[in-house]
Design a protein around this ligand. Structure first.
Ligand code: COA
Ligand code: MG
Length: 298
């Protein structure tokens, strides 16, 4: 399979056994077997550590840290690259860019973090030229009890009439009256799709989100990936082609959905996604190739 898709639940406790012998100290006094994730800053370059240390909320830091670790783990696992040889920068729109090693700089990858999950998507091939974008959303982000109309009022002008109709036409769910309202679930799904395009193109947040429209064919999401959603691009260009797009959408659990956008430059290369469920990683797998960046302490 050419595209790697990984999901990591940030609520997994980091146990001492997951990091030994990489990290041997700094366990929590109350829970001697649980290691603070800040230990893992050793496995990232100084510039990333400095950024991560600026987060005020522990969960924000945790998600962003795990995202960076997943990118390293992906290049180590699929491109046989030594963990501490990777050098990154950012584009003008803040998209991470790989600078070193030089032979891997064209490999597409993207991450997203929200709620309990971090997702990575990455191209495992050196030959293909695929654009990749991913977005994950936590349904519980809205104020509890807030109606769909109130919650979505500020955002609905970012969607086309057909996309708004898809959200508002959602049937009520009598089996789960206290769960997230079906309209909100569709709103988050549409939001993920829009963001996956923004991120695959690597553009900024001022991008016109009505310049393209989604046609959702499978209306209900489950943990099994849906591959049937299609896109229409109003004014196709070399920067934003209409052809070659594939989408993967699914639920990670009752509260989170994700969407992946992939666009292949290779004509007639067939579907990019294979329909298999996203791979859920644990700490052991995430850190199996990890080595510290020694230079950051100099
Ligand atoms: N293109 C692609 N990837 C980008 C990116 C860009 N321009 N800018 C950042 N990223 C990557 C980074 O790896 C970043 O994580 P990191 O900084 O910890 O390394 C990650 O994407 C963030 O993605 P996500 O977790 O999904 O964050 P987000 O949804 O808050 O932001 C943006 C995504 C930054 C790309 C941007 O589109 C944004 O701010 N969007 C929110 C506002 C909006 O109007 N959305 C409309 C949807 S209808
Ligand atoms: Mg997002």
């Amino acid at each position: 399979m050419p595209i790697a898709r990984w999901a990591f639940n940030i609520r997994q406790p980091l146990l001492l056994e997951n990091v030994e012998p990489l990290v041997t100290s700094l366990t929590d006094d109350d829970k001697p077997n649980i290691v603070p994730v800040s230990n893992l800053l050793n496995f990232l370059p100084k510039i990333e550590c400095d950024r991560l240390l600026q987060f005020r909320l522990e969960d924000d830091m945790r998600r962003a840290l795990i995202g960076r670790l997943m990118i390293h783990s992906f290049f180590a696992a699929h491109h046989d690259c030594r963990w501490d040889r990777l050098v990154f920068s950012r584009s003008e729109t803040n998209k991470p860019i790989l600078l070193q090693p030089a032979h891997l700089t064209k490999v597409s990858f993207n991450i997203s973090h929200h709620g309990d999950w971090v997702i990575l998507v990455g191209d495992t091939s050196l030959e293909s030229t695929v654009r990749l974008g991913v977005d994950v959303m936590d349904f519980q982000e809205q104020v509890p009890g807030e109606s769909f109309e109130t919650f979505s009022a500020c955002f609905l002008d970012q969607f086309t009439a057909k996309e708004v109709a898809f959200m508002t036409d959602a049937p009520a769910d009598p089996s789960s009256p206290s769960g997230t309202a079906p309209q909100l679930k569709r709103f988050y799904r549409m939001w993920c799709l829009k963001e996956s395009i923004v991120k695959a193109l690597g553009v900024g947040i001022d991008f016109n989100l009505k310049s393209f429209e989604f046609d959702v064919k499978d209306e209900e999401e489950t943990t099994k990936p849906t591959l049937s959603t299609r896109i229409q691009v109003n004014e196709p260009s070399p920067e934003f082609p209409e052809e070659g797009w594939s989408f993967e959408e699914a639920l990670l659990d009752a509260d989170h959905c994700y969407a992946i956008a992939a666009q292949s430059e290779m004509e007639g290369s067939g579907p990019i996604m294979d329909g298999s469920e996203i791979k859920r990683l644990d700490w052991k797998e995430l850190l199996k190739d990890a080595v510290p960046y020694p230079a950051q302490f100099s």
